[in-house]
Design a protein around this ligand. Structure first.
Ligand code: AMP
Length: 213
């Protein structure tokens, strides 16, 4: 399986990516996580990327395409992968086609997660994240055992700058303008599988297995 996960920010792509990864034994390539790591490590690219990310803008294609290309050349993706959060623009989709051409492989699925803006805003504005291990919580539906503290590693939880309501609205605009048009491209190749972003978490694994076979 060689999959791209598409859908608006906050639709649950990351959760689905990890479940599919467990089900099929293939790695997840998440540009958001790779970029957040570069920001944390204060790398040259991280310093540039952080400025775009905190405002909810896309990091320049050149940086992201370079990071993805490097990752896709590693041997563990040769037997399959799930791309989460990439491509997000036409230039990125062109870059992905070129990378896959070079590797002599093609995408098999584009899983499109559908969710309304209202639900997204309510989900993301109540999301809290662990800056140390990346665990994600929701103040109402999946709170940490101890308020403000990560269950996994004990670090203090934060609200990501880009999970504040006005930034979320901007991220949704960016998604509609630059990313959503890619659905047409992948639709014309017959790759799209649609799925609801509202399936309960404890049912997701069985649901995705039935959907993807
Ligand atoms: P995410 O965690 O996927 O919502 O990504 C968080 C932020 O990282 C986005 O709002 C962008 O600023 C940046 N980002 C992640 N993936 C990409 C991408 N493919 N292209 C450009 N920016 C990205």
């Amino acid at each position: 399986m060689r999959m791209v996960l598409m859908g608006p920010p906050g639709s649950g792509k990351g959760t689905r990516a990890h479940i599919i990864s467990d089900l099929y034994g293939i790695p997840v390539v998440t540009t958001g996580d790779m970029l957040r790591e570069a920001v944390r490590d204060e790398t040259e690219f991280g310093k540039i990327a952080g400025k775009y990310m905190s405002k909810g803008d896309l990091v320049p294609d050149k940086i992201v395409n370079g990071i993805v290309r490097e990752r896709m050349m590693k041997p563990d993706v040769q037997d399959g992968f799930i791309l989460d959060g990439f491509p997000r623009s036409k230039t990125q989709a062109d870059a992905l086609d070129a990378i896959l051409d070079e590797l002599g492989i093609e995408l098999t699925h584009v899983l499109f997660v559908v969710l309304s803006d209202d639900v997204i805003i309510q989900r993301l504005s109540k999301r809290r994240s662990c800056p140390k291990c990346g665990a994600v919580y929701h103040l109402e539906s999946a709170p940490p055992k101890q308020k403000g503290v990560c269950d996994v590693c004990g670090a203090q939880l934060i609200q990501r700058d880009d999970d504040k309501e006005e930034v979320i609205r901007h991220r949704l605009e960016v998604y509609r303008e630059l990313t959503e048009p890619l659905l047409e491209r992948y639709g014309s190749r017959g790759l799209i599988v649609e799925t609801s972003g509202e399936v309960a978490i404890d049912e997701l694994s069985a649901y995705l297995k039935a959907l993807l076979g």
